[in-house]
Design a binder for this molecule. Structure first.
Ligand code: KE4
Length: 427
């Protein structure tokens, strides 16, 4: 019995499913989840001492690799001055000023402790600002686990094919309207059917929770035009894309402004941080300035702030990091394409910047339905073969892979070599 197997057995006695977040449980790919003991750079080391090239990177935050020295040092030093005050600090102003300097169209920002909290708060703000109740989200997009968003959601909800979530009331779901990603006509129909009732359109500008799904030309631009015409708040959920696709995230990379933006993951450098921000005229409705209540004991926590600030400052001061990320992901793309094309199972690779995913499908994967229709049982075999060879992919076909600057060309070659071995063994 491996140490991970022993730990998983023990964990299930006191933690539901043995994990603190469902996607970690390997439920969809099968097998025992690996318990990790340490990580450095591009590698994670499990409880049995085995090394893995990491393509999850904590689901995005480890963009500069694990245990990035400046972040670790900053946390260590800050912790000596207490780990939390519950009072305002200068560091929070510096963090807010840094985010505002990097993110287009963001005048003000409120820190929270997770992407879920950021999205939940942004939705309440959009409703409070417009006085409207309904909002549109896209099938397969995941905006955290607040009730309103758990309708046709992506990530773990898609992975486990959960259609209706017990505890999410019909009343809550009534105000959540859904459309297929990349389907502007479906959005126009929803808007026409609900005139003057829609507060917001929430979208992952590059979707990452059904694998990586790229917005087709005109899709996001169309949403922008609809929101301008109808007085609807356009919310870019940049929990994944923020500070990853560019210093200014998807807004900068795609050249399109949202009205509100939510952040998580990279913004905290591995510590629990989320944020939402946007134009002053909207953000000033947030308490205590306005009446849209939102709060958090550990919001702006000094340890989380110093980790996030150190991470974001590094990214802002070294924009070459983004070309490095893109180039490494392009190299991986080419390697995967070359290896997989020698097999006889059709596949597509979706990639934008350092977000990439492989789908075993003979059709383009452009929305949730096409991601779900792919040969995901084959993906599970692919996943386990690479895991056995020391390559750790996200344990679900409904997740994007994340690249860090720490990965080397040799690691990428090792990865594509593992794919070739998988295909040879599958013959
Ligand atoms: P958190 O509450 O997990 O910090 O963020 C929720 C969230 C919001 N928006 C987007 C676009 C997201 O991708 C996420 C969280 N992403 C998943 C991975 N697909 C987190 C992993 C997990 O659930 O354990």
């Amino acid at each position: 019995m491996t140490k991970s197997q022993q730990l998983f057995e023990r964990a299930q006695k006191t933690i539901p499913g043995g994990v603190n977040s469902p996607v970690r449980a390997f439920r969809s790919v099968g097998g025992t989840p690996l318990f990790m003991e340490s990580a450095k750079g591009a590698y994670m080391y499990d409880a049995d001492g085995k090394r893995y090239i990491d393509y999850i990177n904590s689901w995005g935050p480890m963009i500069l690799g694990h245990a990035y020295e400046p972040v670790v040092t900053a946390i260590r030093e800050k912790a000596l001055q207490s780990t939390s005050f519950g009072a305002p600090t200068e560091l929070e102003i510096e963090m807010a000023e840094l985010i505002v300097s990097m993110a287009p169209n963001v005048d003000m920002v409120r820190m929270v402790s997770s992407g879920t909290e950021a999205c939940m708060s942004a939705l309440r703000l959009a409703r409070g600002y417009t006085g409207r109740n309904k909002f549109i989200k896209f099938e397969g997009c995941y905006h955290g686990h607040a009730d309103a968003f758990l309708v046709k959601a992506g990530s773990g909800v898609a992975t486990f094919n959960i259609q209706t979530i017990p505890g999410v009331t019909a009343g809550v779901s009534l105000d959540t309207l859904t459309a297929p990603y990349n389907d502007l006509e479906a959005v126009k129909t929803l808007v026409a059917q609900n005139p003057g009732e829609i507060a917001a359109i929430f979208v992952e500008p590059v979707a990452g929770n059904m694998g990586c799904i790229i917005p087709e030309p005109g899709f996001l631009e169309g949403l922008r035009a609809i929101c301008d015409k109808e007085g609807i708040v356009l919310v870019f959920d940049e929990v994944m894309t923020g500070f990853r696709l560019a210093p200014g995230g998807a807004q900068q990379r795609l050249g399109l402004n949202a009205d509100l933006v939510t952040y998580g993951k990279v913004i905290g450098g591995g510590m629990p941080v989320g944020a939402f921000g946007g134009r002053r005229e909207i953000m000033q409705h947030i308490a205590p300035l306005g009446n849209v209540y939102q709060a958090g004991t550990l919001s702006g926590n000094p340890i989380a702030m110093i980790a996030g600030y150190t991470m974001l400052k590094t990214l802002k001061d070294n924009p070459g990091i983004y070309k490095e990320l893109d180039d490494k992901t392009a190299l991986l793309h080419t390697g995967l394409e070359g290896a997989l094309s020698k097999g006889d199972v059709p596949f597509v690779i979706n990639r934008l910047g350092s977000m990439i995913s492989v789908h075993f499908s003979d059709k383009p994967v452009r929305n949730f339905a096409s991601a779900a229709a792919a040969n995901n049982a084959y993906f599970n075999k692919f996943f386990h073969s690479l895991l056995d060879q020391g390559v750790y992919l996200p344990p679900s076909a409904f997740e994007t892979w994340f690249i860090s600057t720490a990965i080397s060309n040799a690691d990428i070659e090792e990865t594509t070599g593992a794919v070739t071995k998988f295909l040879q063994a599958s013959k």
